[in-house]
Write a protein that binds this ligand. Structure first.
Ligand code: ASP
Length: 426
């Protein structure tokens, strides 16, 4: 082959690669990763570093992106009433969908009885600290030092400061206008950085999926078959019927289009198991594919990634019933209500990182009278195969944030419907 031919070949390959929509490349990476991981087994751990590197790359963007975009978004709202109206609508939808998710989780637990006949004697107990009390949680939303909050990545505190900072720009009017412009430009730059980093996604996703499949894939699924089926089917139903239903009925938009538009974020959520790390992708998808405008996506999504966890809520409801079945703890209507309330409240303060559910679970189990020793046993039992379940709940968490943002965007007339309806860009 002549040098010219080789160059043409390289160009052809490059244009094929870059000409293929990113979500398709990522989907191919998931499938290929699953196959290779299945056959490679434990050996796939050797390439996990590629996945870790990708997660670091997107996490790198999260803190500056949330602060800058949220403050810019609030400044773009024009007045404070708008902030209140968007905030209240998002919060109500977040709470509503989370409550339905816990009910589905409890329902599957009662129906499938995944805890009946489960032997925990082989599990190594794992103590988990329950999360801080709701009072402390609320107090800590207000940072005494916003720079420290940014440095430690304390999301709720960062969100609070960004809201106040953006509101400050609004009330100052003209005097603070240049700051709004700077924030807007910084936000553009960070969304651009996300675009660059996402070019590494197919490789990172491939490595993460291969690692999960090779180390805890199908075997893990088989060892807790009923629980795993309940998580996967429950989350799929919640996404299709509840979240899709919200988009269809509340926003009056085509749900199928919504699911096509958000595939990229779902795939990244599935492979990274962290809604916080996925946030830059979630935002990009909201702007680029769903056509949401800044005042909505920049405020609703960071809030959602931090406090709204439909998949997690479903899981915790399910595992609470599962644990009660194992230890023979009777559950009545009052206990179900406690599960619901604690799950929705505690999930506000639970970080959106891999296996975060287990901390939340500890708080909920304590509330229904399961002892710390028993909780440690359940956690020890679940932990070895938690990742594969976490992947599904994280996908559900991220889809929920996007469904609510789409709905609020439609209600607030902050969505470009031509972009929403157009096939997703690459
Ligand atoms: N990993 C999930 C998330 O980041 C939280 C969980 O463990 O359920 O959304």
């Amino acid at each position: 082959m002549s040098t010219d031919d080789q160059q043409t070949g390289h160009k052809g390959l490059a244009s094929l690669w870059f000409g293929t929509a990113l979500w398709k490349r990522i989907l191919a990476a998931v499938l290929l990763g699953a196959i290779i991981g299945y056959f490679w087994g434990e050996g796939a751990t050797q390439i996990k570093w590629m996945g870790d590197l990708f997660v670091r790359l997107i996490r790198m963007i999260v803190v500056p992106l949330v602060f800058v975009t949220l403050a810019a978004g609030v400044a773009a709202m024009g007045n404070l009433q708008r902030l209140g109206s968007i905030g209240v609508k998002a919060l109500v939808l977040y709470m509503l969908t989370s409550v339905v998710a816990v009910v589905i989780g409890i329902g599957f637990g009662v129906l499938l009885q995944p805890g009946v006949g489960v032997e925990l004697s082989g599990a190594t107990p794992r103590a988990v600290e329950t999360t801080a009390s709701v009072g402390d949680l609320l107090m800590n939303i207000v940072p005494t030092n916003p720079i420290a909050a940014l440095a430690s990545g304390d999301m709720l505190a960062i969100i609070f400061f960004a809201l106040i900072f953006g509101a400050g720009i609004l009330v100052q009017g003209e005097g603070a206008r240049p700051m709004a412009d700077i924030l807007n430009q910084a936000s553009e730059a960070l969304l651009g950085a996300t675009r660059i980093v996402m070019e590494a996604a197919p490789f990172g996703v491939f490595a993460l999926i291969a690692w999960v499949m090779g180390t805890s894939g199908p075997q893990a699924f088989a060892s807790v078959f009923k629980l795993a089926i309940a998580v996967y089917v429950g989350c799929a139903l919640h996404m299709l019927l509840v979240q899709g239903g919200v988009v269809r009925l509340f926003a009056n938009l085509r749900a199928l289009r919504f699911f096509r538009d958000v595939t990229e974020a779902q795939l990244v959520a599935y492979s990274t198991s962290s809604s916080a790390a996925t946030l830059p992708v979630t935002m990009r998808v909201a702007e680029k594919n769903l056509g949401l405008r800044r005042p909505v996506f920049s405020s609703v999504l960071p809030l959602g990634a931090t406090i709204n966890m439909d998949g997690t809520a479903l899981y915790v409801g399910l595992v609470a019933v599962f644990s009660a079945q194992i230890f023979g703890v009777p559950l009545d209507a009052g206990k179900y209500a406690i599960i619901m309330l604690t799950t929705v409240l505690v999930s506000i303060g639970t970080a959106s990182v891999p296996s975060a559910s287990l901390f939340l679970l500890a708080a909920v189990l304590t509330a229904i009278g399961i002892t710390p020793e028993q909780t440690a046993l359940v956690v020890g039992f679940i932990l070895p195969f938690d990742r594969i379940l976490d992947m599904m709940r994280t996908t559900t968490n991220v889809t929920g944030d996007l469904a609510v943002a789409t709905t609020v965007g439609k209600w607030e007339d902050e969505i470009d419907l031509d972009v929403y309806r157009a096939p997703s860009a690459g």
